[in-house]
Design a protein around this ligand. Structure first.
Ligand code: HEC
Ligand code: HEC
Ligand code: HEC
Ligand code: HEC
Ligand code: HEC
Ligand code: HEC
Length: 420
């Protein structure tokens, strides 16, 4: 039989859920920046500008040469972001601490200036950055490795998943709310038709009481669950990043610049890193290789005397001591990595793993170098079999499969290939 008790229970659930629902809406509204236009036209116009000027260095949801851009206007006020896009050097020069830290984090890479962009252009860009091309998070996580960018496996739980979970939660709550609301209205009508004493009559026509809801068990349980989930996520993210040295860029004993030598002077990587096509290690050049040029080049053009930095090379040669370069990349001993396998046989560019070295004043670790990073690429990269007799047999066998031959198909996921 329908009783007062069941109506009480349903009402409390309804009220608790209603509060939770509006909390979630509140969080969502808080996350979106009202200063940014979200109309389709603005997003489309922004995308065109982005593809023409920014795409080579930025992605929306992944770190690339520059940071992942989505959320830029949450991290800084939109006005500052616009100034930075127009001329980043002016903002960095003004001493802004957020952008100075970012600049350091990205190895002092200068973002080109975009003074030619109008304020409308900039608004459209921001619209695209915030609302454009939302990727399916599962696919985004899967492709991250193939891009040679940073992999979710190395950086914690991708935030895309959390958004999806939040949205699903909101929809489910909304449905429950509607159903409960219907039940309550039917029940109230039904009870109103019954003969009720004064107490019951008062209860049935009782109004919403926020204070009681805040004290109700259901509400407390839900809030506790949310807090626990938040703490757990933070802890898991922390654990995932233990030992990951991404971004590590130590100061070197000589202010040697890849930007100058590999960028401006266009010296081949192999000229100095002689091992990349031959064996496991790429090799760091000995002072003798520097001396091929620096016997003559004693300073930068236009400066007199011997540069103190180049003097350090002379000292090393005279005293027959090595230069104590600080190692940037460092896999643990348990993992085996071979350069020639990847560079010579696999035909992979240095930049795929090391990032735009030719733009770095100081070399930093670009990729996560976790096991997930290696594996993701092996899952997705097709093998360059053409013109490689070594693979002829394999290709013949594989010809019956619809998919291209990937590294995983030649054993690239076997533990023993990377561990011994
Ligand atoms: C040559 C590479 C390059 C190009 C092209 C480039 N950027 Fe950047 N961008 C960077 C780097 C590197 C940083 C990190 C800060 C620094 O080093 O100055 C950055 C930082 C940013 C930031 C700050 C992000 C944050 O997390 O707060 C924004 C916003 C930005 N870029 C937008 C753009 C837009 C919009 C364009 C195109 C109009 C663009 N960038 C073109 C390399 C580039
Ligand atoms: C003129 C010589 C020279 C050239 C050319 C050169 N490098 Fe280097 N490279 C060095 C020296 C010296 C170091 C060690 C100091 C440092 O880390 O900056 C180094 C360090 C590195 C490191 C970090 C090594 C570590 O400690 O983990 C990487 C990665 C690297 N180079 C990649 C490249 C790539 C890619 C190119 C071509 C685009 C290149 N280098 C061109 C001399 C050179
Ligand atoms: C193929 C020739 C070549 C090789 C090899 C080479 N350099 Fe240079 N390096 C140059 C030239 C040319 C300049 C001057 C560029 C200019 O005038 O702006 C220079 C400039 C420099 C400077 C800048 C000096 C200053 O005061 O700013 C340093 C430091 C330097 N080199 C270190 C090294 C080291 C260390 C090595 C070996 C790992 C090396 N170079 C190998 C050609 C070379
Ligand atoms: C498939 C990814 C990948 C590619 C491609 C790649 N590297 Fe590396 N590189 C690594 C890893 C991983 C390490 C760390 C190795 C270790 O610690 O044992 C490394 C280390 C280095 C080092 C430090 C010294 C050493 O040998 O350990 C240098 C220098 C270097 N790479 C230069 C290059 C150059 C130059 C190229 C292009 C010709 C290149 N790498 C291509 C992944 C790559
Ligand atoms: C950017 C993509 C990429 C990344 C990142 C990468 N690899 Fe590879 N790896 C390849 C390709 C492509 C081949 C196949 C080369 C060939 O044709 O034999 C390969 C082959 C190998 C092989 C030989 C597999 C076999 O069955 O012969 C080993 C071992 C290996 N990689 C280890 C590693 C390790 C360890 C890491 C991480 C530190 C790593 N790789 C990161 C692309 C990658
Ligand atoms: C493509 C290369 C590759 C393959 C295949 C591979 N690993 Fe790894 N593994 C690595 C690298 C690189 C590291 C070091 C990662 C780091 O320092 O974060 C590692 C680390 C580990 C660690 C140490 C974890 C830690 O946090 O220190 C264990 C355990 C491990 N691997 C087990 C395995 C097992 C089991 C398999 C087979 C199912 C396997 N690996 C296959 C490359 C590989």
């Amino acid at each position: 039989m329908l009783s007062k008790r069941s109506l009480v229970g349903i009402r409390w659930n309804f009220h608790t859920l209603a509060v939770l629902f509006f909390m979630l809406i509140g969080i969502q509204a808080f996350a979106a920046d009202p200063a940014v236009d979200s109309s389709d036209e603005a997003v489309a116009a922004g995308k065109a500008i982005f593809n023409a000027n920014c795409k080579q260095c930025h992605k929306l949801d992944q770190k690339y040469t520059g940071p992942a851009l989505r959320g830029a206007t949450d991290r800084q006020p939109a006005e500052n972001v616009k100034k930075f896009i127009k001329n980043s050097q002016v903002v960095i020069g003004s001493g802004d601490s957020y952008y100075n830290d970012l600049y350091k984090e990205y190895n002092n890479v200068n973002m080109p200036q975009h003074e030619f962009l109008s304020d409308d252009d900039l608004n459209n860009l921001l619209a695209y950055i915030e609302f454009g091309d939302k990727e399916d998070p599962a696919a985004a996580a899967a492709t991250a490795g193939a891009e040679g960018g940073e992999v979710a496996a190395g950086g914690g739980i991708p935030s895309g998943y959390l958004t999806v979970i939040l949205v699903v939660l909101v929809v489910v709550l909304l449905l429950i709310l509607i159903v409960l609301g219907l039940i309550i209205s039917v029940l109230t009508k039904y009870l109103n038709k019954q003969e009720l004493d004064e107490d019951d009559q008062e209860f049935v026509s009782q109004k919403f009481n926020a204070g009681k809801v805040l004290k109700s068990d259901g509400f407390i349980i839900i809030v506790t669950a949310l807090v626990v989930a938040l703490v757990a996520k933070t802890a898991i993210d922390g654990l995932y990043s233990v030992g990951v040295q991404q971004g590590y860029a130590p100061t070197q004993p000589i202010a040697y610049s890849h930007k100058l030598h590999a960028g401006t002077l266009e010296i081949e990587c192999q000229y100095c890193h002689t091992g990349v096509e031959i064996g496991r290690s790429a090799n760091i050049p000995s002072p003798n290789i520097c001396m091929n040029c620096h016997t003559h080049v004693q300073n930068v053009q236009g400066k007199e005397g011997v540069s103190p930095e180049i003097q350090k090379i002379y000292d090393a040669v005279d005293n027959n001591t090595p230069i104590e370069w600080v190692r940037v990349h460092n896999l643990p001993d348990l993992a085996y990595f071979n350069h020639s396998q990847h560079v010579k046989v696999g035909g992979i560019e240095c930049q795929t793993c090391h990032g735009p070295i030719q733009e770095m004043e100081v070399v930093g670790q670009h990729s996560a170098l976790t096991m997930g990073w290696c594996i993701d690429c092996h899952r997705q990269t097709e093998i360059a079999t053409e013109g490689n007799a070594y693979y002829d047999k394999l290709v013949q066998i594989h010809v019956y499969s619809k998919d291209a031959l990937k590294v995983k198909d030649i054993g690239g996921l076997e533990c023993a290939k990377c561990h011994y």
